[in-house]
Unconditional design. Structure first.
Length: 342
């Protein structure tokens, strides 16, 4: 429950200035969190951009709108390819930055653990001399080790969140490409169907005109079709034949270009899917690491109390080094006294 409004009202009743939340400044954080905020800002900007251009990206043909209607302008094929390439590059860059951030955090955690182990080694020697045992840790050392483990778990969680957001951005881009490819294929099918309709009707009419041909004789049927085609060509002028050939070549070129665009989009989709699969695997490994760190932290917290009890009991036991020291002092005193007496 937020009590700030009620508290500010009470302050205003006493003519006191209200409290205000200090502005958040990432520059005051450590280098790890600053880099994490920078990566997260880039991911947020990418997601906003993809959602903004989605209607224009998925529009297949330019729609005729009145000049007064405001809406997103459809994208050209070149613009779509540029967007796909830039998005893949940015996703790869962000994934690399997150990997580098994770490596830096792991190295920092290992360095802190190594420094703590060195301090623990020197402290263990002193505790052995005091009779506390070589494996016990002081409460300060236990607290430092726990701090290092908790900090490592928090950083692992930050890295996991960033990887999850990058995977979401890749999923957004992959969904856009999938929808566009599906719509483009459906549009190509509809165009081919509308073009094949008149051809099929003409062919069926030619078959009706060749009713004397036996249905079981395939060769005779093919010969009849070829003869019919030759007869139709004989009725057309060379200009008409050239025009039909040019139209056929243009149509084949158009469909070849459309097929190349679809293949390019499918290739882009495969690259994005591969990157997303890699991010998903890294995300799963990161989740396992976080789970292990949390388990270790809980296990350590449970053992802190028992460790302190063992340390207390060990400190209460007679120290071997202390006994040796006093025995040595007694022996030296005895020898000095004996020498003086003699």
């Amino acid at each position: 429950m937020d009590l700030a409004p009620a508290f500010n009202a009470a302050l205003a009743a006493h003519n006191a200035p209200p409290i205000s939340k200090p502005p958040f400044d990432p520059s005051t954080l450590n280098e790890f969190l600053q880099e994490a905020y920078r990566i997260n800002a880039h991911i947020t900007a990418l997601l906003s951009y993809l959602r903004e251009i989605r209607p224009a990206y998925l529009t297949l043909t330019p729609a005729r709108r009145p000049t007064s209607t405001q809406g997103p302008a459809p994208l050209t094929d070149t613009q779509r390819q540029a967007i796909d390439a830039d998005t893949r590059q940015l996703l790869s860059t962000l994934a690399g930055a997150i990997t580098q951030l994770s490596t830096t955090a792991r190295v920092s955690s290992e360095l802190q653990t190594s420094l703590a182990a060195r301090k623990t080694g020197f402290g263990a020697l002193g505790r052995w001399a005091a009779g506390a045992g070589a494996v016990s840790k002081s409460p300060a050392e236990e607290a430092e080790a726990e701090r290092v483990r908790v900090l490592g778990a928090v950083r692992e969680g930050v890295v996991w969140y960033l990887k999850w957001r990058v995977e979401s951005a890749g999923e957004e881009q992959r969904g856009m490409v999938e929808v566009w490819v599906r719509r483009e294929v459906e549009r190509r099918r509809s165009v081919l169907h509308s073009f094949a309709g008149p051809v099929a009707q003409n062919y069926s009419g030619a078959e009706r005109g060749l009713g004397t041909v036996s249905e079981g004789d395939e060769k005779a049927e093919m010969r009849a079709v070829e003869e019919d085609g030759a007869a139709l060509e004989a009725q057309l002028s060379p200009e008409q034949l050239q025009l039909f050939a040019r139209e056929e070549a243009d149509m084949l070129k158009q469909y070849s270009d459309e097929l190349a665009k679809i293949k390019s989009a499918e290739s882009s989709l495969l690259e994005i899917s591969s990157l997303q699969t890699e991010l998903a695997l890294n995300l799963e490994m990161q989740s396992e690491n976080i789970t292990q760190l949390v388990h270790d932290s809980v296990f350590t917290a449970e053992n802190v109390g028992s460790g302190n009890k063992e340390l207390k009991r060990a400190s209460e036991r007679p120290s071997t080094a202390r006994m040796v020291f006093w025995a040595t002092c007694a022996l030296c005193g005895f020898l000095v006294t004996w020498d003086l007496v003699i």
